[in-house]
Design a protein around this ligand. Structure first.
Ligand code: F6P
Length: 520
C-alpha cells in the first residue's frame, strides 16, 4: 500500500490542477461536451448518481484512477473483504459487510475469500435469526407500545436515522424513542411519556461501558423499579459485544455482535434491533440485501465504473487539490432528517485523522466537515452562503423520485426545488450590481433513489461506508479506530471528581475558573 502523496499520479494531479483543472468552468464543460451527463453519471444498485456537476473532466478522472491503482486501493478493498485485520491499531478485521452477506452455500460463491470467514458468517446468521424472531415477538405484543433505544454514537445515530427514514414502513401502534445524551433532560422528558408495563428498553452499546449509556441505563432501570416494574427480562434487552457486562447489569435478554464491527458501522448488527422491530424481519432482510448489492458492486465493479470509488476519489480531489474544507449534505426527503448527523460520525470519526496508519504525521488534509439539513428547509437558512459566500462548499443532494404520501402538488415542488438548487449553484446569474450576482460554477453531486425503501436505504448507506473507505485508504489512514474521542472521556472523569471536591490543583486557569463558577 502506497500513501497518496508518494505516487506519481499525485504529482501529476497537482500539475493538472495548477495548469488546467483549477480554471474548469462547468458551464463551458457542458457546452463543449454533450455526453458529459452520460459520462459522469451512473446507475449503481438502487442509487443513480450524477457527478457531472462536479469540477472534474476526463483527464483528471483518469489521473484519479491512476492514483487509486498506485495506492493499491483494489488490494486494500480485497483485504477488507477477505477478513484481514486492516484495523491495525486495534488488530481487528473490518467486516460490517459480512453482516449483510446472505446465508448462501459457501461453495457456490465466486467470492472465494468468504471461506476465510465461514465460521463468522454462520454466527452472523444465527444471531440475525434470533434477533429477527425477537423483533417479531415484540411486534406482535400489543402490550408493548413504546420502544426506547438507549445508546450513543453508532449505537444511536444509525438506528435513529433509519427508523425515521423508513417511518412509512413502520408497524402502527408502536412509538420509538432514542435517548443518547447524558443530559438527564433527555431521559427525564422521555420517561414522562412512558408507562413501565408498556415500555421496552433496548440498551445499545458495543462496549457496554460508555458512560452516557450506562448512566441512562441505570436511571431507566431505577425508574422502572420505582414505577413498580419487576419483569426486567421482558422490559429490557441489551445489544452488545459485551454480553457478560450486560448480564452483570441484570439484563438477561441479550443479542451479541463482534469486535470486527465498528460502532459507526454497526447498524446491520443487533444494534439494528429498533429498525427490525419497526419494519419487521422481511423489511430488515431487504435492508441488508440492498446493502449487500452495493457491497458486491464495490467489490467487483471496475474502478472507473465503481460508484463508491468515484465518490471517494472526488472527495480526495476536492479536499487535497481544491482545498474544500466541508461538504454540505442536502437530503430532499424529510424522513432523511438525521442523514447529515449519521454521515458526520461515519466520515468524520473514520477519517478525521492527522497521522497515517504507521503513526506518521500527514502533510495533507483529511476528512472535511460534513453538515446539513433536509431540503427545502436549508434553502431558507444557509443556502445564501452556498450560492454567494466566499467559500466554495460542494453539496451532496439526495432526492427520491416517488413519494409515499397522497398530498397533491408537494412532490413536484420538492423535486423542482432540488433540481433548481443544483442548477442555480452551477449556472449562477450575472448582475453588475454585485448583490444580485451569483458566480455559479459551484459543484454538487446528485444521488437519486426511485423510492425510499429498506433496500434503497441499505444501498445508500453502504455506498457512503465504502466511499469513506476509499478516501481513507488513499490517505493511508486507519479509518476504523477513533482514538481522538478518548482524551475527553478520561478528563471528564477527573473533572467530575473535582466538581464534587472543588480541588483545582494543577488545572489550567480557564478550567479552574469555570469550575469554581459552576460550584458557586
Ligand atoms: O466515543 C466514540 C464511540 O466509541 C463511538 O465510536 C461509538 O459509536 C460510541 O462511542 C458508542 O460506543 P458504544 O456502542 O460502545 O457505547
Amino acid at each position: 500500500m502506497t500513501r497518496c502523496d508518494c505516487t506519481a499520479a499525485w504529482a501529476a494531479l497537482q500539475t493538472r490542477f495548477d495548469t488546467d483543472a483549477r480554471a474548469l468552468d462547468l458551464r463551458t464543460a457542458f457546452a463543449q461536451n454533450p455526453d458529459r451527463f452520460a459520462h459522469f453519471s451512473q446507475q449503481a444498485p438502487h442509487v443513480f448518481a450524477d457527478l457531472s456537476k462536479n469540477l472534474l473532466d476526463a483527464p483528471t478522472e483518469g489521473l484519479l484512477l491512476d492514483l487509486a491503482r498506485e495506492c493499491g486501493l483494489e488490494a486494500q478493498r480485497d483485504a477488507m473483504f477477505a477478513g484481514t485485520a486492516i484495523n491495525t491499531t486495534e488488530q481487528r478485521a473490518v467486516m460490517h459487510w459480512l453482516l449483510r452477506y446472505p446465508a448462501v452455500a459457501l461453495a457456490n460463491t465466486e467470492h472465494s475469500a468468504i471461506n476465510n470467514v465461514a465460521a463468522e458468517l454462520q454466527q452472523v446468521h444465527q444471531t440475525l435469526d434470533a434477533m429477527l424472531a425477537y423483533a417479531d415477538t415484540v411486534r406482535s405484543d400489543a402490550a408493548i407500545t413504546d420502544i426506547v433505544n438507549i445508546g450513543i454514537g453508532g449505537s444511536d445515530l444509525g438506528p435513529q436515522m433509519a427508523v425515521l427514514a423508513l417511518d412509512a414502513f413502520a408497524i402502527p401502534g408502536k412509538r420509538f424513542h432514542f435517548v443518547s445524551n447524558v443530559d438527564g433532560h433527555e431521559l427525564a422528558s422521555t420517561l414522562t411519556r412512558l408507562k413501565p408495563e408498556s415500555t421496552l428498553f433496548l440498551i445499545a452499546s458495543k462496549t457496554f461501558t460508555t458512560i452516557e449509556t450506562m448512566t441512562n441505563a441505570r436511571s431507566a432501570k431505577a425508574w422502572f423499579a420505582a414505577q413498580g416494574g419487576t419483569d426486567i427480562a421482558r422490559h429490557f434487552a441489551a445489544l452488545t459485544t459485551n454480553v457478560e457486562a450486560a448480564q452483570a447489569f441484570g439484563i438477561s435478554t441479550t443479542f451479541g455482535f463482534w469486535d470486527w464491527v465498528g460502532g459507526r458501522y454497526s447498524l446491520w448488527s443487533a444494534i439494528g434491533l429498533p429498525l427490525a422491530i419497526a419494519i419487521g424481519p422481511q423489511g430488515f432482510r431487504d435492508f441488508l440485501a440492498g446493502a449487500h448489492a452495493m457491497d458486491e458492486h464495490f467489490r467487483t465493479a471496475p474502478l472507473a465504473a465503481n460508484l463508491p470509488v468515484r465518490l471517494g476519489l472526488l472527495d480526495v480531489w476536492y479536499r487535497n487539490f481544491h482545498g474544500f474544507g466541508s461538504r454540505s449534505i442536502a437530503p430532499y426527503h424529510s424522513a432523511l432528517k438525521r442523514w447529515p448527523a449519521y454521515l458526520q460520525q461515519l466520515e468524520m470519526e473514520s477519517n478525521g485523522k492527522r497521522v497515517d496508519a504507521a503513526g506518521e504525521a500527514l502533510p495533507f488534509s483529511t476528512s472535511p466537515v460534513l453538515w446539513g439539513e433536509p431540503g427545502t428547509n436549508g434553502q431558507h437558512a444557509y443556502f445564501q452562503m452556498l450560492h454567494q459566500g466566499t467559500e466554495v462548499v460542494p453539496v451532496e443532494f439526495v432526492a427520491v423520485k416517488k413519494e409515499r404520501h397522497a398530498l397533491a402538488g408537494h412532490q413536484t415542488l420538492l423535486l423542482a426545488n432540488v433540481l433548481a438548487q443544483a442548477q442555480a449553484l452551477m449556472v449562477g446569474k450575472s448582475d453588475a450590481g454585485g448583490h444580485k450576482h451569483f458566480p455559479g460554477n459551484r459543484p454538487s453531486t446528485f444521488l437519486l433513489l426511485d423510492e425510499l425503501t429498506p433496500a434503497s436505504l441499505g444501498a445508500l448507506i453502504a455506498l457512503q461506508e465504502h466511499r469513506v473507505f476509499v478516501s481513507g485508504s488513499l490517505w493511508g489512514i486507519n479509518s476504523f479506530d477513533q482514538w481522538g474521542v478518548e482524551l475527553g472521556k478520561v478528563l471528564a472523569m477527573d473533572v467530575a471528581t473535582r466538581l464534587a471536591s472543588g480541588d483545582v490543583t494543577g488545572l489550567d486557569g480557564s478550567t479552574a475558573g469555570l469550575l469554581a463558577r459552576l460550584r458557586s
